[in-house]
Write a protein of this length. Structure first.
Length: 438
């Protein structure tokens, strides 16, 4: 829906532009002013992802969030809202699909949303990438374009694909095929939920300034002024104030959730039908799960030790989702935990491969150590599989209790209670533990 005159005026006010600036109609000069103003006033941010608010690709809701709630957003939101403003001002705008490069590896389909604006010529426009060009880039292939943020060029990869390069390094690959907002649903869903999306790691807020950029990443406030970089680590108490004074974002009702997400690591206890379990996390990824020890103090201590001694904390959004999923599993709900965000990187490759196979075993089913070894292509490694299970840092998420010995015997279990605990977990899931598997 086109913006009403009142909405257009409110949007211009949001980015510090008066009506006189746009009165003459569409032009590249005015587009440059609008583009820069948007980058300086509306932050790139992923806070909704970390406070449990789902991002919907609905233009009216997105414009309301940015203009009336004075928030920011990520690419799908920022470029959608900017499109609504530009079209209301008479600009011809096309939505484009792009795929972002990360250490030279290109991203998924609909990884990013950017724009074409047609004036005297075609321009690449993007207020949703974070640290990138400040002014629209002419869609020309005859050399680099100087921008306040660096040197940018567009290189053809073969129709309809082109690479945007900054100082010679590819930032993203975009297609000139016209898209509609609904095309980006898969990308938007991925980036707010996926284990591999960097948006789910930590809260980030960033905006351009007249002479650089200011970014909040977790509890780190990073300022770039005329090429000079400084960094300050905030306390939890300072986070809300900086969010308001530096970025104009006021979210008092979710301060605790943001602090939990920004703090990076922590540990907590949670109640289940088998007793109080422990969990530890780093950057929204669960890194340790502790089944009930002899006391709550011991359970928490073991969880804290695995995350560098972090204090008892409020679990951030993604960790809380994992806690709820584990509690439901232990209450008898047959559900996989493959959507729980977990970080078990840095493990020996053999252990990681064993855990990957174990995560495919559904609740209510079991697999022998030998069968896992065969799946690995190492049929003689049943004992080594058992050793890996004994080192499993995230029981339940990696369901080591579902891996048993031959002939229906339970085999070992390293958690407190040993095979008694293992049997109880299998009984909760209705697994066939009292008959031969062969």
């Amino acid at each position: 829906m086109p913006l009403s005159p009142a909405e257009q005026l409110a949007y211009l006010d949001r980015i510090g532009i008066d009506q006189a600036t746009v009165a003459a109609g569409p032009s590249i000069e005015t587009l440059r002013v609008l583009h820069r103003a948007h980058l300086e006033h509306v932050p790139f941010e992923n806070l909704d992802i970390h406070i449990g608010r789902r991002i919907e690709l609905d233009e009216e809701r997105i414009v309301g969030k940015i203009v009336h709630n004075r928030r920011g957003g990520f690419c799908y939101e920022l470029n959608t809202a900017f499109t609504a403003l530009l079209r209301s001002l008479g600009y011809e705008v096309t939505l484009l699909e792009a795929r972002v490069f990360d250490d030279g590896v290109i991203g998924m389909a609909f990884d990013h949303l950017c724009l074409f604006v047609d004036l005297d010529r075609r321009y690449l426009v993007d207020v949703g990438f974070g640290d990138s060009f400040i002014e629209p880039i002419p869609f020309e292939l005859d050399g680099d374009h100087r921008d306040p943020a660096g040197s940018f060029g567009i290189v053809s990869i073969g129709e309809p694909w082109f690479d945007l390069r900054r100082d010679g390094e590819a930032q993203y690959r975009f297609s000139t095929i016209r898209r509609v907002l609904e095309d980006f649903e898969s990308g938007c869903n991925h980036h707010q939920n996926s284990q591999v999306s960097h948006f789910t790691h930590r809260p980030v807020v960033s905006r351009a300034t007249p002479n650089g950029r200011v970014t909040l990443s977790g509890l780190r406030l990073i300022e770039n002024v005329d090429g000079e970089r400084s960094e300050t680590t905030l306390s939890s108490e300072e986070l809300s104030g900086v969010m308001t004074t530096v970025f104009g974002i006021d979210l008092p009702d979710v301060d605790s959730a943001l602090v939990a997400a920004a703090s990076g690591s922590g540990a907590a206890l949670f109640d289940t039908v088998i007793g109080r379990c422990g969990v530890g996390w780093v950057e929204q990824r669960i890194t340790v799960v502790t089944l009930p020890e002899v006391s709550n103090t011991a359970t928490l201590a073991r969880s804290r030790a695995a995350v560098g001694g972090s204090e008892l904390s409020t679990p951030p959004t993604f960790v809380q989702r994992g806690i709820e999923a584990m509690a439901r599993l232990l209450a008898g709900e047959r559900r996989n935990l493959d959507d729980v965000l977990v970080d078990i990187s840095g493990l020996p490759p053999f252990d990681a491969s064993v855990y990957e196979i174990a995560r495919t075993i559904p609740p209510g089913e079991v697999m022998t150590y030998g069968a896992v070894a065969k799946r690995l292509g190492q049929p003689g490694a049943a004992q080594a599989v058992g050793g890996a299970m004994g080192r499993n840092p995230v029981p339940l998420i990696v369901p080591c209790h579902r891996v048993i010995a031959a002939d229906g015997l339970l085999g070992g279990f390293s958690a407190n209670g040993g095979t008694v605990t293992k049997r109880r977990l299998l009984e909760i899931e209705g697994a066939p533990i009292d008959r031969s598997l062969f």
